[in-house]
Design a protein around this ligand. Structure first.
Ligand code: HEM
Ligand SMILES: *[C@@H]1O[C@H](CO)[C@@H](O)[C@H](O)[C@H]1NC(C)=O
Ligand SMILES: *[C@@H]1O[C@H](CO)[C@@H](O)[C@H](O)[C@H]1NC(C)=O
Ligand SMILES: *[C@@H]1O[C@H](CO)[C@@H](O)[C@H](O)[C@H]1NC(C)=O
Ligand SMILES: *[C@@H]1O[C@H](CO)[C@@H](O)[C@H](O)[C@H]1NC(C)=O
Ligand SMILES: *[C@@H]1O[C@H](CO)[C@@H](O)[C@H](O)[C@H]1NC(C)=O
Ligand SMILES: *[C@@H]1O[C@H](CO)[C@@H](O)[C@H](O)[C@H]1NC(C)=O
Ligand SMILES: *[C@@H]1O[C@H](CO)[C@@H](O)[C@H](O)[C@H]1NC(C)=O
Ligand SMILES: *[C@@H]1O[C@H](CO)[C@@H](O)[C@H](O)[C@H]1NC(C)=O
Ligand SMILES: *[C@@H]1O[C@H](CO)[C@@H](O)[C@H](O)[C@H]1NC(C)=O
Ligand SMILES: *[C@@H]1O[C@H](CO)[C@@H](O)[C@H](O)[C@H]1NC(C)=O
Length: 349
């Protein structure tokens, strides 16, 4: 009798364990996927809130659309799309904001803060900072005239950042075509996707320091264009002076590629995509995007969706930050430390 019971009990437990682990696998599989409707019940107004905030930020300053697009890129290429670029440095924590590609360069943090506080007011602790970046990037493209695409959602935020990866994984404007191909390939992108994503430079500005050597020393540059860029970017000084990355810097169009055909790429890395003598492996793709904007829009959208998938944290990994600049509990730990200090002091007395 007791042996029968124990055998049925153990059968029950085996069954239970089997089903439970199947259950865990299913939960795990479900939570590992991003989905476009992730917030449709938990925060139905999330997307419209982000869209309105992006639209008003871009209406106030059209460059902000470019800045928000770049933030998502610089987030995703460093340890995945996990909001790590948003973390501020503290006495005990070094974030990514002072990495060379980001310092005095990335912008838009205040807009992300505004969006985050609006979302915390309507559904506290639900919408991740990494997802806000992904949606804000898309809404920026659309606000400046680009093509809409569906953003996958359900990313969670990191509790870490990595300045050395931010220094090594983000492309420098001094890179040659082979180096660009290799850096993007390290992130899983082929050469066609590199060219499509580079089309992001159809909007926004760059500082003189990033293109000075190109406009003074390079030969594969339109001389009229070079002289005109030199007027706002002297040989010495004016490092922070900005110039547009293409001839229509507030329109998300295909003019970036048309500009490359006339050797008007602003960055050395931009002009690397088109040689002008037919010898470059990406010349024909640049020509094709310059004559067919819908080909560019389609490829750009697909590459952005792929970029938004890079090493995402899902399920119970990471967290949903309440303040995009800080990991959760950071100030609580500070208070804890203070209390511990106080108790230690009291005990010492
Ligand atoms: C292909 C390699 C790339 C290189 C070498 C590169 C480099 C740069 C540099 C040097 C700037 C100017 C920064 C400054 O002066 O402060 C810039 C701006 C920008 N980049 Fe890239 N980038 C690349 C790819 C991308 C990609 C893939 C995206 C997005 C999908 C992107 C989006 C932008 C935008 C929108 C701006 C203008 C930002 C603003 O006006 O605030 N870039 N990039
Ligand atoms: C509007 O843009 C300007 C820069 O052009 C900026 O200084 C200001 O803070 C922005 N205002 C709002 C409300 O975003
Ligand atoms: C940094 O860490 C030290 C030692 O672990 C601690 O005493 C200090 O309170 C911490 N500071 C902050 C700002 O967290
Ligand atoms: C450029 O601007 C940054 C702030 O964005 C400032 O710290 C730096 O000193 C400026 N550099 C020059 C050369 O003016
Ligand atoms: C872009 O598409 C999404 C659905 O994928 C939609 O929610 C959003 O409103 C669209 N944006 C615009 C500006 O039409
Ligand atoms: C940053 O990434 C590098 C390379 O993967 C790794 O060696 C290093 O330990 C990381 N640093 C931090 C602070 O996570
Ligand atoms: C141009 O090249 C010369 C010779 O290599 C160099 O001395 C100079 O600093 C360069 N100028 C710029 C603006 O990069
Ligand atoms: C250089 O730019 C000028 C002025 O925009 C243009 O007329 C000319 O065709 C361009 N040259 C080349 C080689 O594309
Ligand atoms: C083609 O143009 C590239 C970039 O300007 C240059 O490096 C290369 O020497 C040129 N090749 C020929 C055959 O003209
Ligand atoms: C432009 O590109 C699209 C998408 O790749 C393609 O379907 C279309 O046929 C192209 N149009 C022309 C005129 O080549
Ligand atoms: C991105 O991830 C989503 C869900 O995780 C998946 O459905 C989609 O196929 C992925 N897209 C690309 C281009 O990797």
């Amino acid at each position: 009798m007791s042996s029968f019971l124990s055998s049925s009990r153990s059968k029950f437990f085996i069954n239970f364990k089997l089903h439970f682990s199947l259950f865990l696998v299913l939960i795990g599989a479900a939570s590992a996927q991003l989905t476009p409707n992730f917030y449709s019940t938990s925060c139905p107004n999330a997307l419209s809130t982000i869209q309105s905030a992006v639209q008003s930020a871009v209406r106030n300053e059209s460059r902000m659309g470019a800045s928000l697009l770049r933030l998502h890129f610089h987030d995703c290429f460093v340890n995945g799309c996990d909001g790590s670029i948003l973390l501020d440095d503290t006495a005990n924590f070094t974030g990514e904001k002072t990495a060379v590609p980001n310092l005095n360069s990335v912008r838009g943090f205040e807009v992300i803060d505004t969006i985050k506080s609006q979302l915390e007011n309507v559904c506290a602790g639900v919408v991740s900072c990494a997802d806000i970046l992904a949606v804000a990037a898309r809404d920026s493209v659309v606000a400046l005239g680009g093509q809409n695409y569906t953003v996958q959602l359900g990313r969670r935020d990191s509790r870490t950042a990595n300045i050395s990866l931010a220094n090594s994984n983000l492309p420098a404007p001094t890179l040659n075509l082979n180096q660009l191909i290799s850096l993007f390939s390290n992130h899983g992108f082929n050469t066609q996707e590199l060219v499509a994503l580079s089309g992001a430079h159809t909007i926004g500005q760059a500082r003189c320091t990033t293109f000075r050597s190109r406009i003074y020393n390079e030969t594969n540059i339109n001389s009229t264009f070079a002289s005109s860029m030199q007027s706002n970017c002297p040989r010495t000084g004016g490092d922070n002076n900005t110039s547009p990355l293409d001839t229509t810097p507030t329109s998300f169009d295909n003019a970036y590629f048309t500009d490359l055909l006339s050797l008007k790429g602003l960055l050395h890395s931009d002009q690397q995509l088109f040689t002008g003598n037919g010898t470059g492996s990406t010349d024909s793709q640049v020509s094709s995007y310059s004559s067919n904007s819908s080909a560019f829009f389609t490829d750009f959208s697909n590459a952005m969706i792929k970029m938004g998938n890079l090493s995402v944290l899902t399920g119970t990994n990471g967290e949903v930050r309440t303040n995009c600049r800080k990991i959760n509990g950071a100030s609580l730990n500070l208070i804890d430390n203070k209390i511990v200090d106080l108790i230690t002091t009291l005990l010492d007395m």
